[in-house]
Design a binder for this molecule. Sequence first.
Ligand code: AMP
Ligand code: GLY
Length: 422
Amino acid sequence: MKLLVVGGGGREHALIRKLKENPAVETVYCLPGNGGIARDAVCVPIGATEIDKIVAFAYENKVDFAVVAPDDPLVLGCVDALEGHGIPCFGPRANAAIIEGSKVFAKDLMKKYGIPTAAYETFDDMDAALAYLDSAPIPIVVKADGLALGKGVTVAATREEAREAVIEAMRDGKFGASGNRLVIEEFLTGPEVSVLAFTDGECVKPMVSSMDHKRALDGDEGPNTGGMGTIAPNPYYTDEIAEECMKTIFLPTIEAMKREGRPFKGCLYFGLMLTPKGPKVIEYNCRFGDPETQVVLPLLKSDLLTVMQATAAGKLKETPVEWYDGAACCVVVASGGYPVSYKKGYPITLPDSVAPDVYVAGAAEKDGELVTSGGRVLGVTATGKTLEEAIKKAYEKTAQVGFENAFYRKDVGARALAAKKV
Ligand code: AMP
Ligand code: GLY
């Protein structure tokens, strides 16, 4: 079989490694991929949003199955276009990917179907938004409606900060058209849990839960990033909470999308907050999370390609999705200065003994050598019987990789371990 994976980060690297466990897979093309992925797949320099070129490539190369991983191509209709050319695909069509593509859509959906989430107001006029903030409770959260490279959310601790976020989005166009409409919502508190779920539009099968570490520095200090590490499973997410989420959030969301005529097929990511009033949805993503995927997939016992094909064909219900016991930890190694500014082109030390546990996010091949080409450069993953063991192994391996100016958080999993002990 020939597979195609659209995207080019650590998530895609993890997907490709797992897909290749199926012996029927002969070739995996990755568009555009990266220097590290090139060691596991055939990388083709076609951008993830160049839909016409992706479709032409898939068609000409007789791709049997495609996986569209990032948000932008999904929202732009990459799956619709591939399916239109008869290529089976894992991923939602554009009319379902809107669940991530528009926060206003997601919030209105939850309101209409009684799915627990933060109270909110929607604004497409700056003066109205600012007037609302004059008397709104603080802290408060300001969110750009559209995709904003994960940077469209401001958790404002003061009224002034909230006003600035509104002005930057609506007057200064910080997020382009994505910021023309805003959601302003209630500030919630509680541990956060990421739950990715396979769904074919009828049936939903949640994956192992996970915990992201979004801030750049230890102790959850420093600026927000694309994610500095993950662990799975998330100890806050007990069996009782999982059952409650299934009843109040997962099934109602799948049903709501179906009723709206937007059946969701693919991986639906539930960003949850376990508030004192029960689990609530913080955000939906229409795709696998990054770097959540790097800890979730190593714990998948079932064959990923089989599960993805069943999802695409609407046969998820009769397809077993099984998980290993145990835990996983992924430590992201970033380039000094990330997420603000950083240099590229540093040669990467990556011994063969750890390479199979490293998912490359931002590296290029130069004269046969791997050099950094992004802020988040790679993620080092380990599994273990316990979370303690997984964390220890991940850090032992992380110590063996590196490049000039590299840094990583030393406390990935620490909060999870503390929670387990309570
Ligand atoms: P981002 O990854 O940029 O979308 O940021 C989302 C993060 O903002 C979440 O992981 C939460 O930590 C935080 N957040 C979003 N909405 C809320 C909310 N209503 N209350 C508190 N924190 C929130
Ligand atoms: N790790 C968060 C995300 O993928 O959006």
